[in-house]
Write a protein of this length. Structure first.
Length: 94
């Protein structure tokens, strides 16, 4: 009997800070600032939204948009990204 672990997928990752940083994130200029309370410290107008498989999700400045090799996108909050992700081998950042 051998021991196995699940392969960890690699993603293309791009951090979002402001409108225009990512081609799939749109701004929320038309929404009232007090409508979005994400407790991230940024005003509501500094947020964006990205279409994910479950619908549109609010993006806070500093969040990361991940894209799998199959093209599926997901959102990872900044703190989770910093604690759970590292540059992949061959990325050139190490």
């Amino acid at each position: 009997m051998g021991r196995y672990r699940k392969r960890v997928p690699e993603y293309d990752a791009q951090q979002w800070r402001k409108d225009g940083d990512h081609p799939h994130v749109r701004g929320l200029e038309d929404h009232p600032a007090n409508e979005w309370d994400h407790k991230c410290g940024f005003p509501g107008t500094a947020h964006g939204s990205v279409l994910l498989p479950g619908g549109y999700v609010i993006v806070c400045p500093g969040d990361w948009i991940l894209t799998s090799d199959q093209g599926a996108r997901s959102l990872v909050r900044q703190a989770e990204f910093e604690s759970g992700y590292e540059p992949a081998a061959g990325d050139g950042r190490g």
